[in-house]
Design a protein around this ligand. Sequence first.
Ligand code: FAD
Length: 486
Amino acid sequence: MSQNICVIGSGFSSLSAACYLAKQGNKVTVLEKNTEVGGRARQMRKQGFNFDMGPTFYWMPDVFESFFQDFGHSVSDFYQLDKLNPAYQIYYDEGEVVRVEDELEKIVKTFEEIEKGSGAYLKKYIAAAENNYNLVMADLVYMPGQKITEIITLETVKKIGLFMQSIKTQVRKKFKHPKLRQILEFPVLFLGATPGNTPAFYNFMNYADFGLGTWHPRGGMFSVVLAMKELGESLGITFITDCAVEKVITENKSVTGVQTTKGEFACDVLLSGADYNHTEKLLPAHLRQYSDSYWARKSFAPSALMFYVGIDKKLINLAHHTLFFDADFELHAEGIYKTGKMPSKPLFYASFPSMTDDTIAPDGKEAAIFLIPLAPDSEDGEAFRKKYFDDIIERLEALTEQSVKEHILFNESYSVSDFKEDYNAYKGNAYGLANTLLQTHVLRPGLKSTKLDNMYFTGQLTVPGPGVPPSIISGKIVSELITKYR
Ligand SMILES: Cc1cc2nc3c(=O)[nH]c(=O)nc-3n(C[C@H](O)[C@H](O)[C@H](O)COP(=O)(O)OP(=O)(O)OC[C@H]3O[C@@H](n4cnc5c(N)ncnc54)[C@H](O)[C@@H]3O)c2cc1C
C-alpha cells in the first residue's frame, strides 16, 4: 500500500532512502532546513570557484554503482568518474613525500623502497583485507542491526580474532617503518576512531584504499548529490528546502506529522536522516529512546576546522589529495579523543580538486580545501581559526617550496559552531558516531524507533556508520525495514 512518507534532511542517507521508498510507490516528501540539498556534502560557490564543503574522497565506487543500478541506471548516466593517480600524496617532515599510486603493484613497490620485505607482506595483508571487504559487502553491511545473530556467520566466527585486536596492533606487528604504519592506519580515520580503538576486521578499508582506488566525480562530490536528486525527482519525490522541522507531532505511539518553518506536513511514516540526537529532541521527552547521558557517553567522530580558499595561481608540488603528516600523529589523536586540546602543530589534509578537474576553479586558478580534525565541541572562534590557518599555510609554503599566502583571493572558514548551526550536529561532529567495537551494528542507535511504531532513523549516527558509502547503504537498509513493518 502506498504511504505518505516525510523524510527529514537531504544528506546522502536521506536521498538514498527517499529514492528507494519512492520506487516502491510511496509519496515521498524531503524536508531540508538548508537552502540546498546534500547535507554535509553541500557545495560552496564563490567567485567562480566550487568547493565541496564536506566529503572529497570518493571511495568504494562499487557502492555508488550498485545504488544507481538498483534504479536501472549506471553512475555514468549521471556523472563522469575518473581514477586519481596518485590516489593521494603525503608530506612528512623536511619535505619528504610519499605518493600512493593507483594500483596495488605500484604501491607494493613504494612500500618495498621504504622498508625492505614489506612489499610481499603488503600483498598478503591486502588479500586478507579484500576477503573481509567481500564478506562485508556481500551481506554484513546491509544488515539492519536488529539482532546480533545477523552478523554471526561461519565466516565471521572464523575471524573473531580480528574483532579482538585493533588495526594498530595488526599493522604494527608486520610493518616497522613509521611512514608505512601511518599510511595503513590512515583509512580507518574515516570510521571516526583511532586505529588503536578500531577492530582489525576493519582493515577492509585498506582494500578500499589500495585495491579499489580513489576516484573523482567530475564537478566534485556535489555531482553525486545532484545525481541522486535528479533520480529522486524522476521517481516523483518532492524536495522542500529552507524547511526546518521544529517538532514531531505524535498521537499515542504513532507519528502523525511534523511541524516545520513552512507549516505542518501530515505523514504515515516519518524517517529522519538528521543527526539522531537532534531528531529525538523534536519528540516529547517520554518518546525519546536515548537519554542525554547516553549521548554524552558515546564516542563521536571528530569535528573539523575547514578552510575553503581561492588562489589566484596554479600550485606546484601538490596532488589532488595531499596529507600533511609532518606533525606528531599521536599527540593530535590524543587531543581529539582524550584531552580535547589541539596541539599547536596539527596534522591536516588538503584537497586541490582544480588540479584534475577544470570545472572547479576559473582558468589559471586553484581551489584549495583544508581540513584539520578537531575534538567534537572543540574551541572555536575567529582568533582560533586564524592561528591554525596561518600555521598550515606556512607549513604548506615551506614543504612545497612556493608562496601561497600572497596569492589568496579569499578564505572561508567552517568549524564546530557552523556544524551545530547548519546541521544541528551533536557537539558539532563532522562524521557522526565512530565505528568502535562497542559502537558497531546492534550497539549503534537503532534504525527503527522502539517507542513509536512509524518512526525511523538513517545516516551516519546509526547503522552501518560514517562515510558517504555507508550513508547510502543506511538509506537502503532503512527503506527495506519500513517496507517490512508497514
Ligand atoms: C568535512 C567532512 C569531510 C568528510 N569527508 C568524507 C570523505 O572524504 N569521504 C566520505 O566517504 N565521507 C566523508 N565525510 C562523511 C560523509 O560526508 C557523511 O558521513 C555523510 O555525508 C553523512 O550523510 P547523512 O545523510 O548521514 O547526514 P547529513 O549529510 O548531515 O544530512 C543530514 C541533513 O539533515 C538536515 N537537518 C538537520 N536538522 C534538520 C531539521 N530539524 N529539519 C530539516 N532538516 C534538518 C541537515 O541540514 C542535513 O542536510 C565527511 C564529512 C565531513 C563533514
